[in-house]
Design a protein around this ligand. Structure first.
Ligand code: AMP
Length: 223
């Protein structure tokens, strides 16, 4: 199962990717997570990206493509399937992915109205080592501010602040329309290698979104 998930920040990609990882036993590859760990470890590439991320801007395509290329080569991620989370985000990245020969079976976009996104993101808290995601209102941890499993502190990402989220949403809107067009056109073509494009509503209970997602990936077992 070779998947790419995209959607605005806070659309629930991370939550659904978690289910997919469990069901299909495939790794998740998140460019956002890889960039954050490159920043933490002080890598030059991470330093270049830091400013863009903190300002809610996209990291330049050249950096992202180099990062993805390096990661895919090192981890041999291509062998048994994967979930690409947050990549590609521009047509240039999608074209590069195709040139690298990285297979995709399904491209899934999660749609959520912007008002709802802002509400979701302002309450989001993360446990960085595991990637577990909480929400102070909708999915609170058992003990305030702490991870349920390890008891370690939860954080709010810098770029989850409201003014930065609004900027991220504007950029998402600008870049995504052409990316969607790119995948729709390819999906509707006669090309047998074309990934199927799906738009899924990311509004409502997590479980019904998950069911909708699995229905779209139909023919693929949940277990
Ligand atoms: P995410 O965790 O996916 O929301 O990504 C956090 C931030 O990392 C984004 O707001 C961008 O600044 C940067 N980023 C992640 N993936 C990409 C990408 N594919 N292209 C450009 N920038 C990215």
């Amino acid at each position: 199962m070779h998947l790419a998930l995209f959607g605005p920040p806070g659309a629930g990609k991370g939550t659904q990717a978690f289910f997919l990882r469990q069901s299909f036993g495939i790794p998740q590859f998140s460019t956002g997570d890889i960039l954050r760990s490159a920043i933490e470890s002080g890598e030059e590439l991470g330093m270049q990206a830091k400013r863009n991320i903190e300002h809610g801007e996209l990291v330049p395509d050249g950096i992202i493509i180099e990062l993805v290329n390096r990661f895919l080569t090192q981890s041999k991620i291509c062998s048994g399937g994967y979930i690409l989370d947050g990549f590609p985000r521009t047509v240039e990245q999608a074209v590069a992915l195709k040139k690298m020969g990285i297979r995709l079976d399904h491209v899934i976009e999660f749609s959520v109205p912007e008002k709802e996104i802002i509400r979701r993101i302002s309450g989001r808290r993360i446990h960085p080592p595991s990637g577990r995601i909480y929400h102070i209102q909708f999915k609170p941890p058992k003990v305030e501010g702490k991870d349920d499993i390890t008891g370690e502190l939860l954080i709010q990402r810098q770029d989850d602040r409201e003014e930065i989220v609004k900027k991220r949403l504007t950029i998402y809107r600008e870049k995504t329309s052409s990316l969607i067009q790119y995948y729709c056109t390819w999906s509707e073509s006669d090309n047998k290698n074309a990934p199927k494009y799906h738009n899924i509503s990311g509004v409502g209970p997590v479980e019904s979104i998950r069911q909708d997602l699995y229905k779209r990936l139909n023919g693929c077992s949940e277990d």
